[in-house]
Ligand binder design. Structure first.
Ligand code: GAL
Length: 648
């Protein structure tokens, strides 16, 4: 098991390296990540490569038997390169070129940038391919983060037109697919197609979705070019990864494709960042882990785990004593196998002065140091448990085309895909149900339950896969707006909604209403839920049940039709949640689902998360107290933010 810190020896006087390595070693670490922003240090002048700084650091690390993850430095190119070739700089929507400074300001479609990236990566990996201490390469740093996946420059424009030509072959085919007859937008040639920058009102939806696909292609073709290169050049003992940042559903690239050629996924886990007054919810942190484990369908690393408060210009919440440590236990519970904390020490200069690390600017080994030290000591005892596979019985599905389609047309001011995914994920999380968060293209047959939030893009093939899953006994939960669109981002014609899943859901959608902020519609339960009342926000599909049973209906003099339905189809069941229904009601639905399907679940008091793992025939519980209060689970008590691993 690798445990360590992100270390930036280039930030500090040379004389401190030995002392730092000693401090890192005493922390219980056996690995550091280095190098990912140090291009200039490796190539001060064009073509003059010099790795002696890192040679020296690595030789000192080796004296202490430490291993290294080395980052390729392409996220921060040297100033001389931008000066010589300004065309490498990306452009924002207003046509303003991003200037040198900050980071990640390169255009993925710049051929010049690609050439220079290939050169530096080649020299670096060749130099260290036989270095036994380097056990892994990190490609770039947080692809697409901080808005860097968007660029509107001329290079992007030309390549977008080429991309469309390859996709549609003829301009007539594109016109027909997009429906450019509308507003007389018919194109005579691919070279007339604009980049969808700001215009009056809005662009064609199919064009926008293709633009998102093109952004994804731009990021991922660059990432894959770099990954292939490292895979070819590296030593056999070295593995390849990249670090995935948070907010992945808000990005313009398909993450599964991004990591496809990597040996393992790494994730940067920041439950609180910048000006947030409090951390994201425990369920959201859990979902982030499940998403990253889902990318390659295997356990993963965390290469940046938060320990101190973080932010560039504004800082918010300070993790309470033991809280960051608790997040580390949670990460290991969900399938993290190896972990590095960000970062060894906070830097006195530069843009990240306020990104606090394990050690602060005073260089004293204090509370956070001890927290990490005690964590490393404890977690090392559970190597077998941690390496074991997680077999979830519930899958939560997403599809980037669908997410992008929503982003261009949110339909409700209140719509946000991540929120809608969390609306369905959270009730199951509360029952400590194991979930995989995966793309819709995966095999469904290994799951008992599919949770399908706001999947408005469903074509016939996917509809048939859902049908087969239900026929064979699976349970599906859809939420509102399901199946209204095809893969071109157009609405299905002559099809009752929810389109290709109407039959299995046993319903039609008769009318719809978009709900604005602070607008709620009351819902009431029927049958077993007769005593329940709750609310619906964001959106409502007014459901006409055909074969489905109504579980909840709207309280409304005009539209008192169904709000939540359940249909039995084949050997399975299909639930349809017609709107942004509140958590309490959905928690009861989740309870019905886990009980009925036999999915394993654990009841715990609010704020206590329990994750079951198995190794060598024995069961373990990871128990995390996400609250500031004393809590208990079975006969185990937990102080504020305390975590325990116990044998069941
Ligand atoms: C991450 C990034 C690091 C550092 C950190 C600060 O997103 O990968 O380089 O900027 O945030 O919290």
């Amino acid at each position: 098991m690798y445990l360590g810190v992100d270390y930036y020896p280039e930030h500090w006087p040379k004389e401190m390296v030995e002392e730092d390595i000693k401090g890192i070693k005493e922390l219980g670490a056996n690995i550091v990540r280095i190098g990912e922003f140090a291009w200039h240090l490796m190539e001060k002048e064009e073509g003059k490569f010099d790795f002696s700084f890192f040679d020296n650091v690595i030789s000192k690390l080796k004296e202490e038997n430490m291993k290294v993850m080395f980052g390729t430095p392409t996220a921060t190119f040297p100033a001389w390169l931008a000066h010589k070739h300004p065309s490498i700089l990306s452009e924002d929507e207003n046509g303003n070129q991003r200037v040198f400074g900050g980071r990640r300001q390169y255009c993925f479609n710049s051929d010049i940038y690609r050439e220079y990236s290939i050169k530096i990566t080649t020299e670096l990996v060749r130099h260290y391919k036989d270095e036994p201490a380097i056990i892994a390469w990190q490609i770039d740093n947080e692809f697409g983060h901080e808005g860097s996946d968007m660029c509107y420059c001329e290079q992007c424009h030309t390549k977008f037109q080429k991309f469309l030509k390859e996709r549609y072959q003829t301009i007539d085919h594109l016109n027909e697919t997009y429906g450019t007859i509308f507003w007389g937008q018919t194109y005579n040639d691919f070279n007339e197609i604009p980049i969808p920058k700001k215009t009056i009102t809005t662009h064609n939806p199919s064009l926008q979705l293709d633009w998102a696909r093109f952004r994804s292609y731009s990021v991922n073709s660059y990432a894959q070019e770099q990954t292939k290169l490292v895979q070819q050049l590296k030593g056999e003992h070295q593995l390849v990864t990249t670090n995935v940042s948070g907010g992945f559903f808000d990005k313009w690239f398909d993450h599964e494709e991004n990591v496809e050629l990597m040996d393992f996924v790494s994730y940067d886990n920041y439950p609180v960042w910048g000006g947030l007054a409090e951390p994201i919810t425990p369920a959201t942190i859990a979902m982030n882990h499940d998403f990253n484990r889902g990318l390659l369908d295997k356990n993963y690393w965390i290469v940046e785990e938060l320990m101190g408060a973080q932010g560039h210009n504004v800082i918010g919440y300070l993790p309470r004593p033991n809280q960051a440590k608790m997040w580390s236990y949670q990460a290991f519970a969900h399938g993290c196998t190896d972990m590095l904390y960000f970062r060894w020490r906070g830097m006195t200069k530069g843009a990240e002065q306020f990104c606090y690390g394990v050690v602060d600017h005073d260089n004293k080994y204090g509370r956070k140091y001890q927290e990490v030290q005690s964590f490393f000591k404890d977690i090392s005892k559970y190597e077998d448990v941690i390496k074991s596979d997680i077999n979830a019985e519930v899958a939560v599905l997403y599809d980037y085309d669908n997410i992008w389609s929503w982003r261009f047309q949110t339909q409700s001011q209140e719509f946000n895909f991540t929120n809608e995914l969390m609306r369905l994920y959270t009730p199951f999380y509360k029952f400590n149900t194991k979930m995989d968060v995966i793309p819709t293209t995966r095999d469904f047959s290994r799951y008992k339950v599919l949770v399908v939030p706001a999947l408005q893009v469903i074509d016939e093939e996917l509809g048939n896969r859902f049908k087969q899953f239900t026929q064979n006994g699976g349970t599906i939960i859809f939420s509102f707006r399901t199946g209204i669109k095809d893969k071109n981002n157009n609405i299905h014609f002559k099809k009752a909604l929810p389109g290709f899943v109407a039959e299995i859901a046993g319903i039609n959608i008769s009318e719809i209403e978009s709900l604005s902020s602070n607008q709620y519609v009351e819902v009431k339960g029927l049958g077993q839920y007769a005593s329940n009342k709750g609310t619906c926000s964001v959106w409502r599909d007014i459901i006409a049940p055909i074969t489905a049973e109504t579980l909840y209906s709207y309280v409304d003099p005009f539209h008192s039709e169904a709000a939540i339905t359940k249909n039995s189809f084949g050997k399975g069941n299909v639930y349809y949640v017609g709107g942004g229904i509140d958590e309490e009601i959905l928690t009861e639905i989740a309870k019905e689902v886990v009980t009925e399907t036999g999915v394993s679940f654990i009841e715990s008091e609010p704020g206590i998360e329990v994750y079951e793992r198995e190794a060598n025939g024995e069961q373990y519980y990871f128990i995390m107290n996400h609250t500031a209060e004393l809590k208990s689970f079975e006969n185990v008590s937990l102080q504020a933010y305390e975590s325990k691993i116990i044998k069941k």
